[in-house]
Write a protein that binds this ligand. Sequence first.
Ligand code: COA
Length: 332
Amino acid sequence: MQTSGGSVEILDLRHFAAPVLRPVLEAEGELWEQRLHWDYHASSRLLMQYIDNHMLPGYAALASGRVTGYVFCVYEETKAVIGDVFALPCTPDGAGGASGSANSTEETLLRHLFELLLNSPHVERIESQLLLHPSGAYAGIFREAGFHIFRRLFLVQTLQGQWSPPQPDLPANLEFRHWREADLAPAARLICEAYRDHPDSLINDQYRSVHGSMRFLNNIVHYAGCGSFSAQSSYVIVERASRELAALVLGSRVSGQSGHLTQVCVHPAFRRRGLARLLLAQAAFSFMRMGAAEVSLTVTEANSEAIGLYKDEGYQCAHSFDAAVWERGTTA
Ligand SMILES: CC(C)(COP(=O)(O)OP(=O)(O)OC[C@H]1O[C@@H](n2cnc3c(N)ncnc32)[C@H](O)[C@@H]1OP(=O)(O)O)[C@@H](O)C(=O)NCCC(=O)NCCS
C-alpha cells in the first residue's frame, strides 16, 4: 500500500528493515529521556527485532527517500493496541518531511492506521496510550475517528537521601513481603477485584478479567512491557488466612535514575487502612537504595482518590497524555 499525505509517502512498515528506522528511533529515544527520563534503548531494540522480522503491523513515513516516522500496533485476539507513533521534527535539509512538523506526519500516520483498523472486521476494540505525546496533541483526530479520550497524568516523586525504611505496622492477619513469582495468579485475582467498575478498566480491558489481568502481569513481569521489572522494589500484602493478596505494588526500572510503579492496588475489603501508603513508601525506599533519584507512575485524571494519595506522598505532575479507546458498534 502506498498513499501520500502532502509530499510524505506512507508505506507498510513491514516493507522495511530496522537499520533505515534507526535515526528515527534514536531521535525518539532522546525525547523519552528528555521528557520522561526513560531509557528507550531496550524498547527500541525490541522494536527493531520485530521490524526486522517484518511482523509489525503499521506504517512508515518517507520523505526524500528517507524514513522520517512510523506508527505500529499489536493485535491481542480481537483487540488492537496502538503502540507508538513518532516522526522526526523538520530538519534544515527537509529530511524531516516536506509537509512540515513532526505533528502533521504523526497525524498522517495515525490516520492511516485508523483506516486500516476500522476497516478490519476482526478488530472489535482499539486501545492506545501515547505516553510520550502531551495530552491534546492527537485528541482531535482520535475523537474524529470515534475514540473516547481519557486524560492521564505522569507523576514524579523526587527521592531524597534522608529517608529511613518504612516500618510496616500491620495487624496480625496481614503479612508484608517482597513479590515472588508464585504471586502472579493471586495478583491477577486482586487486580480484577480492585478495578471492578473503575475508570482504568474502561481504558484497559485486561483489568476486567482474571485471564486479562494475568496477561497484563506477564507482560510487565516477564516481557519488559514497561521498563525492566524489579522484584526488589515490588511488594505484596498477603491475608494469612486465605493466602490471597490484599494489596500490591509493582516496580520497574526505566533508567539508571528512574524507577516506575507499573501497578498499585488494594482489595476493596482492605482500603483506607494505609496499605497503599505503606507500599508506596517501601517501593520508593527500595528504588532509592538502588540509586534512583526519582520514582514515577501514571494515573487517570478521573481517579481522584489515588491522585489525593499520590499528592499527599509528594508526587508532582510532570506530564499529561491521553488514553484513547474505540469499540466497534459504539460511538464516542
Ligand atoms: C487508590 C488505592 C490504591 C488506595 O489504597 P488504600 O490502601 O485504600 O489507600 P490508603 O489507606 O493508604 O490511603 C491513603 C490516602 O489516600 C487517599 N484516599 C484513598 N482512598 C480514598 C477515597 N476512597 N476517598 C478519598 N481519599 C482517598 C486519602 O488521602 C488517604 O489518606 P487517609 O485515609 O489518611 O485520608 C485503592 O483505592 C485502590 O486500589 N483503588 C483501585 C486501584 C487504583 O486506582 N490504583 C491506582 C492506579 S494509579
